[in-house]
Design a protein around this ligand. Structure first.
Ligand SMILES: *Cc1c(COP(=O)(O)O)cnc(C)c1O
Length: 453
């Protein structure tokens, strides 16, 4: 049996209908370097999506590899209850200094979904322990994505991932969130004052007594199709939460570590959430690790004698893993030494211009969205009606398959093709990505016409 046959015999891949693999076999990657991945047959692929949005500085990055080597020869792991180590202490001190003011305590989990679970649990327990016993409900906005364990799914709003589990999910509330491309409030978006916040305000005014927290992806709803919205929405949300003693949970898992042009997306609105979840870029795409940052007043509500049962009894075997922490410290070093945010600004402009040149006039490109180095184009069947292609046509999936053959790893979300590359991307990489994307898109759209006829 060759590798592909063995893979299909033994492995169940994530986020996949495995039957698709009958005709589209898994690609066996042997090596990575910078923005490139190489398969066992010597084909190269540009990783335009940072391998699910986590790789920051390219594959097999020398500096990070060294940091791992240095750490691994000292300490691979140690129980984190009652024990600690230099890499974790250094990391938490640095993260607190970088994070919005007031986030002073760090809790470790071992993936993004777990950090969301953790923030939800902390919020719930906090309210119970300070006597807000009615505050038990979580609120999210439409099209939200916060991960895929049951609690995290419960605050998400994408049926694709969650529908089948509805009977076993937490009873949470979804409120209509921003939808800028299809904005109902001001068609030109010239005078946006986040009027769409109205639905949140109305719901919270009515139900605040039972709301523990509101969770949101700041600035950009990733899995929803890289939907970008105004920082004014976040400012209003922060004020509203303050007013009604509701926690604001900022899920920065996808947008943290410079993706939107600032270290953390909350900075666009100059707000401090009550909880901030970090993962993905935190470890540059090397190992799973996540953090929950929170405030002193929340920490203090858990601080008491053991037999009051107020402690936060949440743990993960790999909490505070030293290898993960050493990688994260090196990530922060690279940000500083190589002035990454500054360099990214220029790259972002270049990429966005390139996309506008190539797609602005395209009859099936409804919107081009950009923030930081994240860019996306939404394909529509009809530009005037902003009508999307039927999801059964699987336009995105077809583009994905064809673009791979041409050496570019895109992974569209429905009808949205997005680019979320590692920061080591060069101008010529960008040109190739955009060229291949356009070619592929046109081929796929052309083939659809034939199919429809
Ligand atoms: C990826 C992601 C998660 C889940 O993180 P995992 O590590 O995949 O569990 C949660 N929220 C957002 C916004 C994400 O992008």
């Amino acid at each position: 049996m060759n590798l592909v046959e063995k893979d299909l015999k033994y492995i169940w891949h994530p986020c996949s209908q495995m039957k698709d693999y009958e005709t589209f076999k898994p690609i066996v990657i042997e090596e990575g370097e910078g923005i490139y991945l190489y398969d066992i047959n010597g084909n190269e692929y540009i990783d335009a999506i940072s391998s699910w949005w986590c790789n920051l500085f390219g594959h097999s990055n020398k500096r990070i590899n060294n940091a791992i080597n240095n750490q691994i020869n000292k300490l691979e792991h140690v129980i984190f209850a009652n024990f600690t180590h230099k890499p974790a202490i250094e990391l938490c001190e640095r993260i607190i200094n970088l994070a919005p003011n007031g986030l002073n305590k760090v809790f470790f989990t071992d993936n993004g979904s777990a950090s969301v679970e953790c923030a939800l649990k902390m919020s719930f327990q906090y309210h119970a322990q300070v006597g807000n016993t009615k505050k038990q409900k979580f609120v999210a906005i439409t099209d939200a994505y916060h991960g895929e364990t049951i609690g995290a799914l419960s605050v998400g709003d994408l049926d694709l991932y969650s529908k089948v589990y509805n009977p076993i999910m937490l009873d949470t509330k979804r409120v209509d969130g921003p939808d800028c491309y299809r904005c109902k409030y001001n068609k030109e978006r010239k005078t946006c004052d986040a009027e769409c916040f109205e639905s949140m305000e109305d719901y919270v005014k009515e139900s605040h007594e039972e709301i523990a927290s509101i969770i949101i992806e700041p600035m950009l709803q990733g899995a929803a199709g890289m939907k970008i919205y105004s920082p004014i929405y976040l400012k209003k949300l922060r004020q509203l939460c303050h007013k009604y003693d509701i926690h604001l949970i900022a899920d920065e898992i996808a947008v943290g570590f410079g993706r939107t042009g600032k270290t953390f997306a909350c900075e666009h609105a100059d707000i401090t959430p009550d909880f901030m979840c970090l993962s993905k870029g935190l470890t540059a795409g090397y190992v799973p690790m996540a953090l929950v940052l929170t405030k002193d007043n929340i920490y203090d509500a858990f601080y008491d004698d053991y037999n009051t049962y107020k402690a936060f009894m949440h743990s993960h075997t790999y909490s505070g893993n030293p290898i993960g922490c050493s990688i994260a410290n090196e990530v922060l070093n690279i940000f500083e030494d190589e002035k990454i945010l500054c360099k990214n600004e220029e790259k972002s402009k270049y990429f966005t211009n390139l996309l506008n040149e190539s797609f602005k006039e395209h009859k099936h490109v409804g919107e081009i969205r950009s923030i930081g180095l994240i860019n996306a184009i939404e394909l529509v069947e009809d530009k005037n009606l902003k009508l999307g292609f039927d999801s059964d046509l699987r336009v995105g999936y077809k583009i994905y398959k064809k673009a791979l053959k041409k050496g570019v790893l895109l992974r569209p979300l429905g009808n949205v093709i997005y680019f979320n590359p590692p920061y080591v991307i060069s101008k010529s990489d960008m040109k190739k990505i955009v060229r291949v994307c356009k070619e592929t898109m046109d081929e796929v759209l052309e083939s659809l016409k034939v199919e429809v006829l």
